[in-house]
Design a protein around this ligand. Structure first.
Ligand code: ADP
Ligand code: ASP
Ligand code: MG
Length: 591
């Protein structure tokens, strides 16, 4: 007999008939297993409740919002229990308060602290199926204040219950056959994946947020929960989300455990930069195509915002092949001269650099972590040459001479005892590209001419973290220019469009203190990301992505990469097209 958690999303319990079908399925599983069922509110109930609140107030209190929104799930748990009982299956419904799902006291996006297993176990012993309300929690057992986990949070409830009850596995039932190579509403050819790793899923968070709540993936990854995403109206196996072998973790502080689980240092790389590249489609594709043609694997790629009408493209490669990469860049440079640019592009090489990176699923939605990394480096008097971030990793390029100081300080502040020296584990049997995602809810902000000495990035991102603004895709450009005799660089990043105005205001206020020149805000952007654990050691993936965009005359405004992800910022109006052609270019429809 196995212990199984089954979660059914809103569309799967959208009507009485669907609830009865779900009951049928649960009944079958309960024949020879212990089953906990987690359900969302019926259909669009939660949206309708939000609509009601908005008719009364444009800024309703977050406490009352949680009180309101949590009612949706209370309806569906009761109806599903009745349907199970009608089939002769002993069952009962429990709210989060009755189970004891304790969260932080922050309304509307509370993280789970712990789940008491005893009551659920008691009902198991009586042969009952336990139906639990997803999405909700309580602050503590005295006040019983109701909280919610954030929209889409029932997935997180389900996986957290699976971890707390040490379930054999957790199944997420939804209205698609599983996790697809991209959003099927944007690309009808999207194909089903039979499996995906937790890290890949987290990197696809903007896509994953729709089909699977990223925090659910984070818990699965941290606790080694076996997770399946399946269609509620078929018996097909769906997609398996593969967790790494989890280290033993305490079940208290479930969602607020360590945000950072490794600190990595890599001193095997050198850096090549192409400065003043004219801003039109095709150059990144050509550069990285020719580099891949020499069989050189590129690790980190960063393209900064345009300044005037030129970009800088910087990348790192193994020290042994820096010369090859430099030669390719130098051969291309003379041809790169924009119509009104006085100078042609120029190549700059630094044969030895170091990269320090922190990784961890818990960084998502915790803006303080990046700020803490930058502040720690500043205190250790380490100057950051370049920054590149992804959902689960923040990497900084620094001078090699600073690496010991940097790594000691970071291990200390994030309580990491041993740091793996090489981050380059070549995953085996992973396809180079797993899926693509589009995020059209971001805005791009740049602070130009930030004086280049330790502590500037820490100050900027520390301030934003205080306001709880999450930043994504931070890029610090390579080019260092003199501003009133002081070397300066540009820092660009993306934030959720909802936070764009506030971010701009905060940065404007910081300008005099930082001594930077000005702020540029661009709200008309889209971010396309390509993810796959097998792209490590597979030269040419980046070039193929950039060339596919160039063939359609889509200009790339920013590039960042991590080991398993490449993200490009393009004009918003071209986002969907970009997603479609990348999906097509990698033939993902025939997955
Ligand atoms: P539920 O109500 O079951 O939680 P959601 O609406 O939250 O369902 O998530 C499922 C939806 O996510 C699908 O109907 C699909 O439109 C959307 N989606 C976006 N990207 C993907 C993807 N890569 N794979 C599968 N579904 C996706
Ligand atoms: N009902 C909640 C929502 O619509 C939670 C969920 O469906 O996961 O966001
Ligand atoms: Mg959902």
């Amino acid at each position: 007999m196995a212990l199984i958690v089954q979660k059914f999303g809103g569309t799967s319990v959208g009507s009485v008939e669907k609830i009865q079908q779900v009951a049928q399925r649960v009944c079958e599983t309960a024949q020879d297993n212990q089953v906990v069922v987690v359900v969302s509110a019926m259909g669009k109930t939660t949206d309708e409740l939000v609509g009601l609140a908005q008719q009364i107030s444009s800024h309703p209190s977050r406490r009352e919002m949680d009180m309101l929104l949590s009612t949706g799930e209370q309806v569906s748990i009761a109806l599903l229990s009745m349907a199970l009982q009608a089939l002769g299956q002993p069952a009962l419904s429990l709210t989060a308060a009755q189970v004891g799902i304790v969260t932080e006291s922050s309304y509307s996006r509370a993280r789970i602290l712990e789940i008491q297993p005893d009551r659920v176990q008691r009902h198991f012993n009586q042969g009952e199926v336990v139906v639990v309300a997803g999405f909700q929690g309580i602050t503590n057992r005295e006040d019983l204040e109701i909280t919610t986990l954030g929209r889409g949070g029932s997935d997180t409830s389900a996986v957290a219950l699976a971890a707390a009850l040490q379930a054999d596995y957790c199944e997420i039932y939804t209205d698609v056959p599983g996790i697809l190579t991209t959003d099927p509403r944007l690309v009808p050819e999207a194909a089903l994946m039979s499996e995906i790793t937790c890290d890949e899923m987290l990197e696809l968070a903007s896509l994953g947020a729709k089909v699977l709540h990223p925090r659910a993936v984070e818990i699965a990854r941290n606790y080694g929960v076996t997770l399946m995403v399946r269609a509620s109206d078929s018996d097909q196996p769906g997609t398996k989300v593969i967790s790494p072998f989890a280290q033993a973790r305490s079940l208290s502080g479930l969602e607020i455990g360590k945000a950072v689980d490794s600190v990595q240092l890599d001193t095997s790389q050198g850096q090549v930069t192409l400065l003043r590249v004219p801003d039109f489609p095709g150059i990144a594709g050509r550069l990285f195509g020719e580099i891949a043609g020499q069989d050189v694997d590129v690790d980190l790629i960063i393209q900064s915002i345009h300044e005037g009408n030129t970009n800088d493209i910087a990348f790192t490669v193994d020290q042994g092949v820096v010369n090859t990469a430099e030669a390719v860049a130098s051969a291309i440079a003379p041809a790169l001269r924009s119509a009104d640019a006085a100078k042609e592009a120029e190549v700059m090489t630094k044969p030895r650099i170091a990269t320090v990176a922190i990784t961890g699923a818990g960084m998502i939605g915790r803006p303080g972590i990046a700020a803490q990394m930058f502040a720690t480096l500043a205190e250790a008097e380490v100057n950051i040459r370049m920054i590149s971030t992804s959902e689960v990793k923040i990497g900084c390029v620094i001078d090699e001479a600073d690496s010991d100081r940097a790594i000691d300080a970071l291990c200390d502040v994030f309580s990491i005892s041993a740091s793996p020296v090489s981050p380059h584990a070549h995953p085996q049997n992973h396809p180079p590209v797993r899926g693509v995602a589009l995020d059209t809810n971001q805005a791009q902000i740049a602070m130009r001419h930030v004086p280049d000495y330790p502590g500037r990035a820490a100050k900027i991102f520390g301030k934003l973290a205080q306001e709880n603004i999450s930043v994504d895709m931070i890029i610090q450009s390579q080019r260092s220019r003199l501003m009133d005799q002081i070397p300066s660089r540009d820092i660009a990043f993306t934030v959720s469009r909802n936070d764009a105005e506030l971010t701009e205001k905060i940065l404007q206020n910081l300008l005099p203190e930082i001594g930077a020149q000005d702020i540029l805000l661009d709200e008309d952007i889209a971010k396309v990301s390509l993810v796959g654990a097998g792209m490590v050691g597979n030269p040419g993936v980046a070039a193929k992505m950039f060339s596919a965009l160039a063939q359609q005359q889509i200009n790339i405004q920013m590039i960042t990469t991590s080991e398993i992800k490449i993200s490009c910022v393009v004009a918003k109006s071209q986002g969907e097209r970009a997603l479609q052609i990348i999906h097509e270019g990698f033939d993902l429809g025939n997955y």
